[in-house]
Design a protein around this ligand. Structure first.
Ligand code: HAM
Length: 433
């Protein structure tokens, strides 16, 4: 678990703002669910035999003896809320997005944390492959707008409740012959939940896993058609993908379409985001039929990817990948401070960030501070400027300095002049700085 500090936090905000803008454009609405849920919710949805439930959850017994868990993911919570609030009674496909912290007690490494952040979305109420394709299209759109490229989209179909039992049997039979030579976890999984073996990351097990039967051969007609439709719709949108037979994902609720976006810049933890369909999840939780599909982006990993693709020149700046400060105001003397505060108020009123020097100080010192905090321009207000009603404006990138009036300054920031009634300067009422 870690702190996220400025200037990096500005990149997080940009990622979240862009997600909101794009998801809203696809008619998703925000949902916020609690960080703590009954443990049984995740056992029933993510699955008892998964790594998440088996060994990664932060679970404790509350004072009333109920077992509670810090959410390791949010799809189960969204479905719980969907059932609890009878959201099925609303018309059409219900589309929700969320962002926030998730908790898994994994071994920390680059891109893997115990408190990490996801940005996710769920579309509930339709089995149509059109929804699958639109979900993926939205992700491609979002990553494109953020300037993320160079990822690979992997897709697969993990079948449904009808065709999966036959595959389980085939897999179990194949595993019976080889699991003795695999890792301890796989030996157990071979008995309890054979599909989880495909998810194993132990290098020595990989050649064995490569030879196991794949799901593709066991899909029923319905699942085969659904997957073919999804692929046709992706093709028609010009979205490139690779069908990856081993992509079963680490959670048990998936049916049919599963997908991941992987990015080379991330190293071992290269999955930027993952998602898929969960057509039986609502019923598993005691709800009405509510087929759905969604995804969660690992926000920590998206940040790492964006930091990696940012041009070096951008990283070297003091405000690297953070918000730039448009204006720093240096002032000398109490009267100058009042004028500085007035000007700052007018510019801030229009949403432009302004920092006023905390103290009256020598110009040289002010300029040093302004440069270190990455100010684009510095406005200088001293006795002479006050007397003339013209201020020195220094462009920190070019070093160019010119004299401007307050009105000209507002024009530079494309600001309409404020109404003097609304913006009556405090200083004129005799307040001290
Ligand atoms: P997941 O694959 O478990 O799926 O997680 C989604 C993403 O969260 C991963 O691809 C990764 O980027 C990020 N992530 C997972 N664990 C960590 C960690 N320890 N540290 C940093 N990032 C991590 C889900 O959670 C599903 N709820 C996705 C979904 C939504 N499926 C349908 N709807």
């Amino acid at each position: 678990m870690r702190d996220i500090l400025p200037p990096e936090s500005a990149l997080w905000a940009r990622i979240e703002d862009q997600a909101r803008a794009v998801f809203l454009a696809y008619n998703y609405q925000e949902i916020r669910t609690p960080i703590v849920e009954p443990t049984s919710l995740f056992v029933r949805s993510v699955g008892e035999e998964t790594d998440i439930v088996g060994k990664e959850m932060y679970t404790w017994t509350d004072r009333d003896e109920s077992s509670l868990t810090l959410r390791p993911e949010a799809t189960a919570s969204v479905m719980r809320a969907y059932i609890e609030h009878r959201l099925d009674q609303r018309i059409g496909v219900k589309k929700y997005f969320y962002m926030g912290p998730m908790f898994r007690r994994e071994r920390p490494q680059k891109g893997r944390y115990r408190q990490f952040f996801q940005i996710g979305a769920e579309a509930i109420g339709s089995e149509s492959p059109v929804v699958d394709a639109e979900v993926i299209e939205m992700l491609v759109d979002y990553l494109g707008r953020l300037g993320v490229s160079g990822y690979d989209l992997l897709v697969n179909s993990v079948g449904c409740k009808q065709c999966r039992p036959a595959y389980h049997t085939a897999l179990r039979d194949a595993l019976a012959l080889v699991s003795g030579t695999m890792c301890v976890d796989c030996q157990r999984r071979a008995e309890t939940n054979p599909m989880r073996v495909l998810d194993c990351k132990i290098p020595a097990d990989q050649p064995i896993i490569e030879k196991l039967p794949t799901l593709a051969g066991s899909l029923c007609e319905g699942c085969k058609n659904h997957f073919a439709q999804v692929q046709l719709l992706l093709n028609s949108r010009g979205i490139a993908y690779t069908v990856t037979a081993r992509l079963v994902r680490g959670l048990d609720y998936y049916t049919r379409t599963t997908f991941e976006f992987v990015h080379g810049s991330l190293g071992a933890q290269n999955t930027l985001l993952g998602g898929g369909r969960y057509d039986g999840l609502s019923e598993d939780l005691g709800g009405p039929p509510a087929p759905g599909i969604g995804f969660s982006i690992g926000e920590d990993r998206l940040v790492l990817t964006l930091q990696d693709v940012a041009p070096k020149s951008e990283k070297d700046q003091p405000d690297a990948l953070g918000a730039r400060l448009p204006l720093y105001i240096a002032w000398m003397g109490e009267v100058a401070y009042r004028r500085a505060a007035e000007i700052a108020r007018e510019i801030r009123n229009h949403g432009v960030a302004v920092e006023i020097a905390a103290d009256s100080m020598k110009l040289k010192r002010s300029l040093e501070i302004a440069s270190k905090i990455g100010a684009q321009r510095v406005l200088i207000i001293g006795d002479q400027e006050l007397a003339e009603g013209r201020y020195q404006l220094k462009n920190m990138a070019t070093g160019e300095q010119r004299s401007v009036t307050a009105e000209e300054l507002l024009v530079i920031y494309d600001q309409p002049l404020s109404d003097p009634e609304v913006c009556a300067p405090e200083a004129d009422k005799g307040t001290t700085p």
